[in-house]
Design a protein around this ligand. Structure first.
Ligand code: SAM
Length: 278
C-alpha cells in the first residue's frame, strides 16, 4: 500500500488562518516537505508539530520529486508545505503532484489560504470569472506575449508582484490595457493589510508618491465583452465582404455557411450579406 501525498495550505501572514485539519495532517504525516525548512520552523513549532522535515523547492523540485515519490510508494505519508499559502500556486508542488498521479499515489489537498483568492474575492471587481496569471514572466519576449493576450482577456485578471517591481509593472499594464480599474491588495491578513481600488493611472500616481511595501496581488478588471465585440466587428468592416467570405470558404464552408458566419462577425443579417454580394 502506497502512502498519500497531502498538499497542505499554510497561512499567508496571519497564523489564525491555519486550519485544524492542516495541523492534524502535518502532525500525523511521516515527513513534511518544506519549500524552506527554516522558514517553516516557527510555524511548525507554533502548532506543536514535530514531524521530520526535508526541503523541496524550486531548484530541487524535479530530482527531489523522484526521491519523495519512492518514499510514498514505500508507504510513507508526505505533506508538502510552502513558505506561505497553497502549494502549487506560484510555489513548488505541481511536479510532485503530477508524478504521484502518474504513479497511482493518492494526492489529497488540504485547502486554506491562497493570496489570489483572498485578493480577488475582496477586490470589489467581478470574481465570477477570473484568470490567474501568477507572476508575469521576467523574459521580455514572453512578457510582451502575455500582455498582448491580456488585452483581450474579458475575465478579471490576478497577478502576483513583488514591491520592487510594482511601479514598472503598473506602467506596463497601463500601456497594454489602458486605464482599467485595479485593486491592489497588499499584505493580506497582516497588520498593514490594505486594499486600494482605483484606476491604473491613479495607481501609477499613488506609487509615484508612495514607496511600494510588502507583498501585492494586483486584481485588474477584464475587458468589456461589448467593447471587444465592437472592436472585432470594426476590424471585419475594414475588409471587403468578398475577402471576408473567402476566409470561411477556404476553411471548407459552403457559401451558405460562410454567409452566416460573415453576417455573425459583422452583426448583420444573412440577408444583408446576400444583398451586398449581389
Ligand atoms: N502559494 C502562495 C499562495 O497560495 O498565494 C503564493 C506564493 S508566491 C511565491 C508569493 C506571492 O504571493 C507574493 O509575491 C505576493 O504577490 C503573493 N502573496 C503572498 N502572500 C501575500 C499576502 N499576504 N498579501 C499579498 N500578496 C501575497
Amino acid at each position: 500500500m502506497s502512502g498519500t501525498l497531502y498538499l497542505v495550505a499554510t497561512p499567508i501572514g496571519n497564523l489564525e488562518d491555519m486550519t485544524y485539519r492542516a495541523v492534524r495532517v502535518l502532525r500525523e504525516a511521516d515527513l513534511i516537505a518544506c519549500e524552506d525548512t527554516r522558514t517553516s520552523r516557527p510555524l511548525l513549532s507554533h502548532f506543536d508539530i514535530h514531524t521530520p522535515t526535508t526541503s523541496y523547492h524550486e531548484f530541487n523540485k524535479i530530482d527531489k520529486a523522484e526521491e519523495l515519490l519512492d518514499k510514498l510508494i514505500s508507504g510513507q505519508n508526505i505533506a508538502v508545505i510552502t513558505d506561505a499559502g497553497t502549494p502549487g500556486i506560484s510555489d513548488p508542488g505541481e511536479e510532485l503532484c503530477a508524478r504521484c498521479i502518474e504513479a497511482g499515489v493518492p494526492v489529497v489537498p488540504v485547502p486554506g489560504a491562497a493570496a489570489a483568492i483572498a485578493a480577488v474575492t475582496s477586490s470589489g471587481l467581478s470574481c465570477r470569472r477570473f484568470a490567474f496569471e501568477a507572476f508575469l514572466p521576467k523574459d521580455k519576449k514572453k512578457r510582451r506575449r502575455i500582455l498582448e493576450e491580456l488585452k483581450k482577456e474579458t475575465r478579471t485578471i490576478t497577478i502576483y508582484e513583488a514591491p520592487h517591481h510594482l511601479r514598472d509593472t503598473l506602467d506596463e499594464l497601463y500601456e497594454a490595457l489602458g486605464d482599467r480599474r485595479i485593486s491592489l491588495a497588499r499584505e493580506l491578513t497582516k497588520v498593514h493589510e490594505e486594499h486600494l481600488l482605483m484606476t491604473l493611472s491613479q495607481a501609477i500616481t499613488h506609487y509615484g508618491d508612495n514607496d511600494p511595501r510588502g507583498e501585492y496581488v494586483l486584481v485588474i478588471e477584464g475587458r468589456s465583452i461589448e467593447e471587444l465585440e465592437a472592436e472585432t466587428r470594426a476590424g471585419w468592416e475594414e475588409m471587403s465582404i468578398e475577402d471576408h467570405m473567402d476566409i470561411y470558404l477556404k476553411q471548407g464552408m459552403d457559401k451558405k455557411e460562410a454567409m452566416k458566419a460573415v453576417a455573425k462577425d459583422r452583426g448583420v443579417s444573412k440577408r444583408d450579406i446576400y444583398q451586398m454580394l449581389l
